[in-house]
Design a protein around this ligand. Structure first.
Ligand SMILES: NCCCC[C@H](N)C(=O)NCC(=O)O
Length: 455
């Protein structure tokens, strides 16, 4: 997941460079960014859930990592000089001319990659559930997300520097994308090593018992989909998820350019400010997972996270253009990082509390599916709003980001409403969203199992 998240954002700090180098307008960049989720939205993610439940973690993980490598190679070719001037490039550039041929092929590669990435996401969640069953699952999920966030931090630091690495006078998007493609290949090999370990775990647990468990509890059935879609709680969680994440991941794509435009700084300085967003989340998410395991307050964390996000996006929309200082941008970025720890740390471990255990695998895959609809549409919408709000602006350093940022803030307001609704329902119906995952006697048991005594 570390390398996957690095690949997702490798181009984010290079928006102005790809615009100058390959002629991608903001909406072409938006279409390219949204492409990651298109095939998932058109049903691949549901299929991925079926494949995962039928074929298991090892097969699905290897397949998803291979898809990521294949998609990355296509994207690398699309943005490289090798592709320029080929018959395919000329043909792709000849229709829908506002989207250059390189952007179309890169978007296609990103679609394949996106299938692998989301499939890997549900596979990793299932693998964590398997490896940490009855233990500190929220902490384990928090650590997994923290590692992914470190990837985003790393790529925002490395990408602009790699772009200038070969030729500082003539930077190029190719070295950073090539670097991340190589990392994905290493990721595939790492997953193959994990499959050997996972086989050993199965042998220890008794493969037969495990297989029976999986079939009994997690097999994807069409009737489960109907049950999940009929659940009001599923929709509240899914809406909160799609609204919140649509104001985070698409924002991440435009953040560096937004900071450049507001502060008049170069891409490297903008990335150096923005990279504290994922690193803040990386530090705090496992800590909050630990807190949630022991103290609870999941619904409150969701509300607080949405509130912080609204404050930050409003700051970027209304305050930063008037007071363009790096410390203000930095403070808002750090605050957004705190928000991005609160919501994921509380959201994903809350799902098992409100969904029947039998539906859990399908529930995660369907929440990802709803989320992917937002993640595919919002980068496009933001690109369109940005272009429409800046008629005649051709310099990628001169965009006015007020309207896109207000749109992100309004998503936060809607997410907050769903968070409040969830907390109210929880107070009435006692789903246990505010309760800890590990009760005192469970905790004692873990300590006993580990051969320690609790004071
Ligand atoms: N491709 C990056 C987006 C990942 C979306 C994924 N479905 C997800 O929600 N992951 C959990 C997280 O908090 O990153």
């Amino acid at each position: 997941m570390l390398f996957a998240y690095m690949f997702v954002d490798v181009m984010s700090p290079l928006q102005s460079l790809i615009e100058t180098q390959r002629g991608w307008s903001p909406d072409a960049f938006g279409y390219y960014a949204g492409a990651e989720y298109i095939l998932n939205v058109f049903g691949f993610l549901i299929l991925a859930g079926i494949i995962l439940d039928k074929m298991g973690v090892r097969f699905t993980g290897t397949l998803s990592a291979s898809l990521m490598v294949a998609g990355a190679c296509i994207k690398l070719y699309a943005i490289s000089n090798l592709f320029q001037g080929t018959a395919l490039e000329l043909w792709l550039s000849s229709w829908w001319t506002s989207m250059p041929g390189s952007a179309k092929l890169a978007a296609f590669g990103f679609m394949i990659f996106g299938c692998g990435c989301e499939m890997a996401g549900i596979t990793v969640s299932k693998a964590i559930a398997k490896w940490f069953e009855g233990k500190e699952m929220a902490l384990a999920m928090g650590l997994e997300m923290a590692i992914a966030r470190i990837g985003v931090f790393a790529i925002f630091s490395i990408s602009p520097r790699l772009a200038e690495w070969i030729s500082p006078q003539d930077p190029s998007v190719v070295p950073p994308v090539a670097f991340c493609t190589a990392l994905l290949f290493i990721g595939l090999i790492s997953f193959m090593v994990f499959t050997v370990m996972d086989k050993k775990l199965d042998a220890q647990l008794g493969a037969k018992a495990l297989a029976n468990d999986e079939t009994a509890e997690e097999e994807f059935k069409l009737s489960d989909v109907a049950n999940i879609f009929g659940s009001r709680l599923f929709w509240i969680i899914a809406m909160l998820c799609v609204l919140y994440y649509s104001a985070i991941f698409p924002f991440q794509r435009y953040a560096a350019n937004m900071l450049q435009c507001n502060l008049g700084i170069d891409a490297t300085t903008a990335s150096d400010i923005f990279r504290w967003f994922p690193i803040g989340a990386a530090v705090l998410t496992p800590a909050l997972g630990y807190f949630l395991d022991r103290k609870g307050k999941g619904a409150t964390m969701l509300i607080l996270g949405a509130l912080l996000m609204i404050v930050c996006h409003l700051t970027f929309a209304l305050v930063l253009p008037k007071y363009p200082t790096e410390w203000l941008a930095f403070s808002a970025i750090v605050l957004l990082g705190i928000s991005f720890s609160l919501v994921p740390a509380a959201l994903w471990p809350s799902v098992p509390k409100i969904m029947d255990k039998r539906f859990l695998g399908s529930a995660y895959s369907l929440i990802f599916w709803v989320q992917n609809i937002g993640l595919s549409l919002f980068p496009i919408l933001i690109g369109v709003v940005l272009t429409a709000s800046n008629p005649g602006v051709t310099d990628p350093m001169k965009y006015d980001y007020t309207n896109p940022m207000l749109l992100f803030a309004s998503l936060g307001v809607l997410a907050l409403i769903f968070g409040l609704w969830l907390k109210t329902l929880d107070a009435k119906k006692h789903y246990g969203l505010e309760l800890p995952n590990i009760s005192d006697d469970k905790e004692e048991k873990i300590f006993e199992e580990e051969g320690r005594t609790q004071e």
